[in-house]
Design a protein around this ligand. Structure first.
Ligand code: BES
Ligand code: MN
Ligand code: MN
Length: 462
């Protein structure tokens, strides 16, 4: 398939400009102020799929944002690849830290991307990576090389928990029937060393509210005599880890799947420089669970992190006050065999138990999902590895990621098929952070590699 290389070279400016247009629409699913933009983005994705060659494209209404479905069925006896991606993005804040506005994409070079990268919210997560699949389809249709059937399912609520997608998948098993699910919404080790994500962590996200006295109090008149909800919340949160940074919630580790010494030795072979890691983050040292190295702490081990904490006086100057309430948002990343409903329950029970009598505690679950691991001896994995080997010149390394795409476990349960995570982003692409970007190299390499996955998947399926 030498042709794909020349096709990409010939059309790369257009490919980049089309992505830039898509990135201009601020499809922030978390903020209702952007709801019309989210809907406009869905329509733009729909138009791009029909233009690329889908025979059927539909806007599927859901209780939330629409799902764009597209298909090109060339022969019902051939395998079917289902492509999933998301057109929604994370909120752009804090705005002042962006070097160019988040929804005015520009190309700039970086040390890691000397050939340039597109800077915009969603450039890598996931508009850029999703759009690689649209362009790969365009190529296969134009060159008459699409070797099997393809279905697209692009949603607009991934960044807020995919509730409508779960609703949609449960109701459309027949429509979504497939032989393999293909997703580009993860990363790889580096532009020289591709990797295939073989695991995702699960997630339980909760909000806690600690209430003390019925009103804010004078901190002189009452200080020392009543429980201060902010002090108490800080103490409770601190107690959730012990000296070795193990999580103290009873039962939390009961179902955690431990890796064998062989599996851990295999993981340790992936290239990694602790010095570079620390330098990139400007930290003097790493920090985490005793007994595990950095690459284990952020992938095969469960975690508990405060994502936000607030309460009390935050205005200018000083105000002497004991606030009536304190709040925090807490996420727990989970690993295979931990059930997110069960963990949410264990957390709620423990957090309520450790509160002193002077306060009351309310725990509100937000969303969650199960973790995922995929074997490396499947046809899908082998096809992906063959594709990467051809375009990068070296085989891909299997890597378990710390991130979550909760819907992947649901796909396996409802649609009974394996997911292959062919990511082309880099950890340094700053997804969810200010100055998110996606390398031009990565974008074009993705478009080049995807048609090879189809080719090898069909060959290996025979
Ligand atoms: N694409 C990411 C997940 C990801 C990124 C996995 C890089 C592996 C490597 C996805 O859009 C995401 O941000 N997921 C959320 C979970 C969701 C429920 C909000 C996450 O991981 O925080
Ligand atoms: Mn994503
Ligand atoms: Mn994301």
């Amino acid at each position: 398939m030498e042709n794909i290389k020349s096709y990409v070279q010939q059309h790369k400016d257009r490919f980049i400009n089309e992505l830039i247009e898509l990135l201009k629409i601020p499809s922030v699913s978390a903020d209702t102020a952007y709801s019309q933009d989210v809907i406009d983005t869905a329509e733009a994705v729909k138009a791009s799929l029909s233009k690329a060659g889908c025979d059927i494209v539909e806007t599927c209404d859901t209780p939330g944002y629409p799902i764009i479905y597209g298909e090109k069925i060339i022969d019902p006896n051939l395998p079917t690849v289902l492509v999933y991606g998301h057109y929604d993005v994370q909120p752009p804040d804090p705005m002042e830290l962006w070097t160019s506005p988040p929804f005015e994409p520009v190309i700039k070079t970086t040390d890691i991307h000397p050939e340039g990268a597109i800077f915009a919210r969603g450039a890598c997560d996931d508009k850029g990576q999703m759009y690689m699949h649209v362009k790969a389809l365009e190529y296969m249709v134009q060159s008459n090389t699409l070797p099997c059937n393809v279905k697209f399912m692009i949603e607009g609520e991934e960044e807020v928990g995919s509730a409508s997608l779960a609703w949609f998948v449960e109701r459309n098993q027949e429509k979504l029937k497939n032989d393999v699910i293909l997703i580009s919404d993860t990363g790889m080790i580096s532009n020289q060393q591709p990797s295939i994500t073989t695991g995702l962590r699960g997630l339980s996200y909760v909000e806690v509210e600690v209430t003390g006295p019925n009103r804010d109090l004078h901190s002189g008149l009452y200080g020392g005599a009543v429980a201060n909800p902010i002090n108490i919340l800080a103490k409770m949160i601190a107690s959730l880890h012990d000296e070795d940074n193990h999580i103290t919630i009873p039962g939390f580790y009961d179902k955690v799947q431990e890796l064998s010494a062989e599996e851990r030795a295999e993981m340790a072979k992936a290239p990694f420089s602790l010095e570079k890691y620390k330098n990139a983050l400007n930290i003097a040292d790493v920090y985490g669970e005793k007994g595990y190295v950095t690459n284990e702490r952020n992938s095969i081990r469960p975690t508990l992190d405060v994502n936000g904490i607030w309460g009390g006086y935050q205005g200018e100057g000083a105000k002497t006050v004991i606030a009536s309430k304190a709040f925090a948002k807490i996420s727990m990343r989970l690993v295979p065999n931990q059930d997110w409903h069960e963990i949410t329950e264990l957390f709620t029970k423990h957090f309520t138990n450790i509160a002193p009598a002077g306060v009351t505690v309310k725990v509100t679950p937000h969303h969650g999902g199960q973790g995922y691991v995929t074997p490396i001896d499947s046809i899908g994995y082998k096809a992906a590895n063959m594709a990467y080997t051809e375009t990068f010149g070296v085989p891909a390394i299997p890597v378990r990621s710390g991130g979550s795409i909760p819907i992947v476990a649901l796909f396996e349960k409802e649609l009974k098929s394996k997911t292959i995570l062919m990511g082309f982003g880099l950890d340094s692409d700053a997804i969810h952070s200010p100055n998110e970007h996606f390398g031009i190299f990565n974008y074009l390499k993705g478009i080049e590699t995807i048609p090879l996955f189809y080719k090898y998947f069909v060959e290996l399926s025979k």
